[in-house]
Design a protein around this ligand. Sequence first.
Ligand code: NAP
Length: 497
Amino acid sequence: MAEKIKNLIHGKWVEAESKKTFKSISPADTSEVIGIVPQSEPEDVEKAVEAARAAFREWALTPAPRRGEILFRAAETLTKKKRELGELVAREMGKVMPEAMGDVQEAIDMTYYMAGEGRRLGGETIPSELPNKDAKSVRVPIGVIAQITPWNFPIAIPSWKITPALVCGNTVVFKPSSETPVCATRFVEILHGAGLPAGVLNLVHGAGGTVGEAMVKHSHVNAVSFTGSNPVGEKLAALCGSLHKHFTMETGGKNPIIVMDDAHLELAVEGCIWGGFGTSGQRCTAASRVIVHEAVFGDFLEAFVERAKRLRLGSPLDEKVDVGPVINESQFKKILGYIEIGQKEGARLVCGGKPYRKGACARGYFIEPTVFTEVKPKMRIAQEEIFGPVVSILKVRSLSEAIAVANDIPFGLSAAVYTQDVNASAIAERDLDTGIVYINASTIGAEIQLPFGGTKRTGLGPREAGGRGGALDLYTKWKVVYRDFSGKLQRAQIDKE
Ligand code: NAP
């Protein structure tokens, strides 16, 4: 049964003013409608932004530990509903159950973590140059934050954005991906049900180009946090620059795993399999390039292809399934298009390459796990984000060549190296130009208590997740306060001579 969902504006669940709707469809079975969703317009955005603006001052003055307590209650509810939410993620987004449960667990972890940050939102007290004067920096909220999220972590990414923004004292207008609006609604319902005052968190569904852009352009929106594709992110970055708004984005990746000649090969094969084909390759941290030392290339390739062929495709709700569908028709066509491009470029297709249509999979967007070898570093399949179950394997002769190939792309999110040589691991850690480096583990599996984000065209602005140096820097601005209690005129530049 399709669920009818609504926007949340000033604490009330409402339809779009226009009453128009769109459908959220399961990618595993396109005959299953998951939700009927408001197709909002700028007039709905206007109401949501005004609600967030009106709620801002009182929320900002609410002690941060009290704000944290609301998040703590939400984390408790998320924990109780983990299975139900996991099944919804599997149905609406198409992740297999263990990954869908992991998506929810990440939101649980993030919400508890940010609840705790309510008691840690400290600044600094620093000695002044002058006597009888003190100096400190304090974190203050930014104001109304517009948050725009993708579909690939439909509960986790909203939690990365919303919970730190709220604990820092901001109010939020949230536009989730149109592919996963029901998951987003469920998360917002839980936060709302935990006791957020009206207007502190507002949810507006609808098309990115209409609702998202209206949010970003609104003069009462003070900051924008975006996660999604490069073309959209770069457009919004330019817009926010011209409007002088705080802006952060996390966008695409083309993440490499280096397998050295001394690697524990079985471990490396498993890491490359789950990094490459987990979530059908639709993670921003997916390992879409595997860079293998020539001494172990043959053995690695044989084991990797054999393992890829054994992956089971099917319903994400079936616990025995390894790989689910890709998200929608346009991604399905784009991925198959890249498989064609790879062959035309001269890469050798050694596994997969076709839609998978067995049984009930015929009603969904399934693609066989696909492996290319004889891939050259400058080929498009080795440079561009495909965001599907397609892995390119490249051969190198040394660690320095591997690192050069790994870095020679426009993105810089995650990278991994498999080696048992401590010196090689130290060099890789130092020289890989990515926001995250894994040693003897795959490119996926970031933990929420550390900053998350990338270099080059992957990231802009402070990182997501983490505390200081991460999300707290994203959602607060610094105010510096000097207090002179000397009772006389003291001038820093002159009186210190
Ligand atoms: P997308 O097409 O850019 O959409 C992301 C969000 O932006 C959606 O909510 C979308 O709304 C909205 N949007 C689209 N056009 C807009 C516009 N003109 N103005 C404002 N908002 C707009 O990306 P996606 O396909 O959902 O996600 C996949 C991408 O996200 C991949 O490139 C992946 O690497 C990246 N990603 C990056 C990270 C990271 O941390 N680096 C994490 C996850 C995903 P609609 O859904 O209504 O179009």
